[in-house]
Structures are given as structure tokens and as C-alpha cells.
Design a protein around this ligand. Structure first.
Ligand SMILES: [Cu+2]
Length: 167
């Protein structure tokens, strides 16, 4: 908050330098109007997916494409280390994969297929999220010559897991 007050103060000073006071008061009236309009114009959808990944991760990019191809709006953040995001969002070492994503209050760890995320958002089970631990070949974004069988797991805050689906 303090930062924003300083920032607004600095902006006003810059404005005063180039504009007479009368115009400045007009601008002050418009600031909340524009800010409010921006809020309505860009609502954050509950089903928007936020992805934390390493900029070097190729399969992460492919998984993001898979989500977009299946109708998800995705916002990606390239981070130096994804580990703090895993810890913060309840992903244990046993569940860990390459990228960590958030959607509608759930954590999505690894190459979880879009169809499972859609089912999660429909059924809204009382879990922390879904995970495909490791990086099985044949998962969305990890397509290869062969396809390994894999489970999509649910996990709760204590790390307890269950099988959500089998592919
Ligand atoms: Cu991966």
C-alpha cells in the first residue's frame, strides 16, 4: 500500500510539472473511473489456469498448449525455481513433476490431462488438487513413441493421495 501511495504521489508530481492545476483535478476525478473500468474489463476467471514453470522447460510449454487447445485460458509465469510454489501449494516430493499450476483454488501438478481438470472443476471434490508425479511418457506434453500407463492422483493438504483417473 505504501508503495502505491508513493507511486501515485510521484505521478502527481510529474503531472503538476507539465499541467496546470485545473487539468490535474480533472485527471484526479478520472483515475478511479479508469481503474474501475479496467477491473470490469479484465475479470480473472475462476477457470483461468496459472502455471509456474522454468523458462527452459519444453514439455511444460507443450502442456500449456494442450490446455489452450482444450479451451483453457492459461497465464504462465517463468520462475527461477518452481520448488517454492510446490511447497506453498501442498505438493510433496512424492507428487512432484516439472510444473505447478493453479485453477479455481486447486493445485495441478505435472502433466495432468485437460479432461481431468475439467472433471475436477465440475465435481469440485474436497481435495487440494491433482497430480501426475514425475513425467510419464504419453501424458499431454510428453508424447513419445510409446505410452506409459499412469494415474492422475488427488492429494490433500497432508499429502494423502487417491486415484482420480487412470490413463
Ligand atoms: Cu514435464
Amino acid at each position: 500500500m505504501e508503495f502505491w501511495m508513493k507511486w501515485i504521489g510521484w505521478c502527481l508530481k510529474q503531472c503538476e510539472r507539465i499541467m496546470p492545476k485545473v487539468q490535474l483535478s480533472k485527471i484526479l476525478v478520472w483515475i478511479p473511473v479508469v481503474a474501475f473500468a479496467a477491473l470490469i474489463a479484465a475479470p480473472v476467471n475462476a477457470t483461468d489456469v496459472i502455471v509456474y514453470k522454468s523458462p527452459a522447460c519444453g514439455c511444460c510449454k507443450k502442456w500449456v498448449k494442450h490446455l489452450r487447445d482444450n479451451g483453457f485460458k492459461v497465464k504462465t509465469f517463468d520462475v527461477k525455481s518452481v520448488v517454492p510454489y510446490k511447497i506453498k501449494h501442498g505438493v510433496t516430493k512424492a507428487l512432484a513433476s516439472c510444473h505447478t499450476a493453479l485453477v479455481d483454488g486447486y493445485t495441478i501438478e505435472g502433466h495432468v490431462p485437460a479432461v481431468d481438470i475439467k472433471r475436477l472443476l465440475e465435481e469440485k471434490p474436497n481435495v487440494k488438487g491433482l497430480a501426475v508425479p514425475g513425467m510419464p511418457i504419453g501424458t499431454p506434453g510428453m508424447e513419445g513413441r510409446r505410452k506409459e500407463a499412469y494415474d492422475v492422483l488427488t492429494f490433500d493438504a497432508s499429502g494423502k493421495t487417491g486415484v482420480f483417473s487412470h490413463h
